[in-house]
Ligand binder design. Structure first.
Ligand SMILES: Cc1ncc(COP(=O)(O)O)c(C=O)c1O
Length: 444
């Protein structure tokens, strides 16, 4: 078992001094998963302002699949900065935006003409996906899932499930949003077990259409192929295909929110590829531009074109520096090596975690797809009472030992892995050793 050699205790004196300034100067709303201030990042490691080298299992919340300061991304962004930094696509368009849209149209599943729009963030992508879905169908309602997360702007927040801290105090919310349980088998809303349940959680949508909203009024269903913030929940393999069937039957558009799952995280370009489902609209963000702000909405050409000229866009949306970075990311992913690596990371995590399950009863459920693994902590395996405080303590024990992790879940009781896919075998083993030591330190 390796131990990460640290120069100071964590947080070190420089981080502590900066945290005092942060608390005085910055709104308390943006949470900090760790009290560590970063100075440099390379690949899957960070150096903090006290000179400590840390292993990064959080990847800037999944934005760094190609690694911190990826050389091709830095080269592409720097080259673009020296050429022109901004012109606004609405004023003087540029070729790189169009060619990136062409690449996205080719990459997103679906044997039909597609078009793409670029914006700045995942939430903005969600907003625009709903706008085009409403414009294309003439229907007002949107159906989202319990435990789903879609962002913090008004419409995205309204689609998001978790109340604290995302919604409490921020109403009134956007209207015409309906919700149903996700395929979260460990916490099945109907106390059923898969596969005997026959995917009752999808069938129940017919009941939603009877009890809450007419199917003909529903423009779109928005779903994460694997829940991200909601706790890294991997639904049964046939959950998304069944949802696709149901939406098609009612003329409802399916929006796949691949903001967290996309760009290789699950071992494929898109998580929907695991089930072969073809959504009408697919949105991406996070790792799309190697850490620079960019998001995309790609969909059926007729759906995307339902919004009139001037109805979509933003000043910075698809800014040329982020677009150049995204081209570099796609070049890198195009080799397929990082997809294979995501699978390798997942297998390594799974092998370790399998041993932990026997040793640490606090691990109620572990699940994953590719390099996207979640460890759900419970006080009692029988009652499945969420172990939120213990999960917070685990994350703290990790960063104090030099491993950056983040938590997730409606109950705040899941540790999730979002390490850059360029992580080396040694770094991965080091990080898992720390996680194991931190679990042992919980004494449960
Ligand atoms: C699935 C999903 N959708 C949307 C968002 C919102 O993205 P952003 O924070 O870039 O607005 C997130 C962010 O975590 C996400 O995980």
């Amino acid at each position: 078992m390796s131990v990460i050699a640290l120069k100071t205790e964590i947080p070190g004196p420089n981080s502590r001094a900066l945290m005092a300034r942060r608390e005085a100067a910055v709104a308390r709303g943006p949470y900090n998963a760790t009290p560590i201030f970063v100075k440099e990042g390379r690949g899957a490691t960070l150096v903090d302002v006290d000179g400590n080298r840390l292993i990064d299992f959080a990847g800037g919340i999944g934005c760094l699949n190609v690694g911190h300061a990826n050389e091709s991304v830095v080269r592409a962004a720097t080259g673009q900065l020296q050429s022109f930094t901004h012109g606004c696509f609405h004023v003087t368009p540029y070729e790189s935006y169009v060619s990136l849209a062409e690449r996205m149209n080719a990459l997103v599943p679906g044997d039909f003409p597609k078009k793409t729009l670029f914006v700045n963030s995942g939430a903005e992508a969600v907003e625009n996906a709903v706008k085009v879905a409403r414009a294309a169908t003439g229907r007002p309602a949107v159906l989202a899932f319990e435990d789903g997360f879609h962002g913090r702007t008004l419409l995205a927040m309204s689609l998001t499930s978790k109340v604290h801290p995302y919604k409490a105090g921020f109403g009134p919310f956007a209207p015409e949003i309906y919700r149903a349980p996700y395929g979260y088998c460990y916490r099945c809303s109907y106390n059923l077990a898969y596969p005997a349940c026959g995917l009752h959680c999808v069938d129940v949508l017919e009941d939603v259409f009877r009890r809450y909203v007419e199917a003909k009024q529903v423009a779109a269903v928005i779903a994460e192929p694997v829940l991200g913030e909601g706790g890294f929940v991997v639904p049964p393999r046939d959950w998304l295909p069944r949802l696709r069937e149901l939406t098609a039957r009612h003329g409802i558009l399916l929006i796949a929110d691949e903001v967290q799952t996309g760009f290789g995280r699950t071992g494929k370009q898109w998580a929907v590829e695991h089930s072969g489902v073809v959504p009408d609209i697919l949105i991406a963000a996070k790792s799309i531009a190697g850490g620079l702000p960019l998001a995309s909405i790609t969909g059926r050409a007729d759906v995307m074109d339902a919004a009139g000229v001037g109805g979509l866009g933003s000043t910075f949306g698809g800014n040329p520096v982020s677009v150049a970075a995204a081209h570099a990311v796609l070049d890198e992913l195009g080799t397929g090596q990082l997809f294979a690596r995501a699978g390798g990371i997942g297998r390594a995590v799974q092998a370790r975690v399998a041993r932990w399950l026997e040793r640490f009863p606090i691990l109620g459920d572990v699940r994953g797809l590719g390099a996207m693994w979640g460890l759900e902590l419970v006080r009692d395996p029988a009652t499945r009472e969420p172990a939120k405080d213990e999960t917070t303590a685990l994350a703290k024990a990790c960063y104090e030992r030099g491993l950056v992790t983040i938590t997730a879940g409606t109950y705040g009781n899941v540790v999730r892995t979002l390490m850059p896919l360029v992580i080396t075998d040694d770094e991965l083993a080091e990080g898992l050793d720390v996680l194991e030591a931190a679990l042992a330190a919980l004494g449960r």
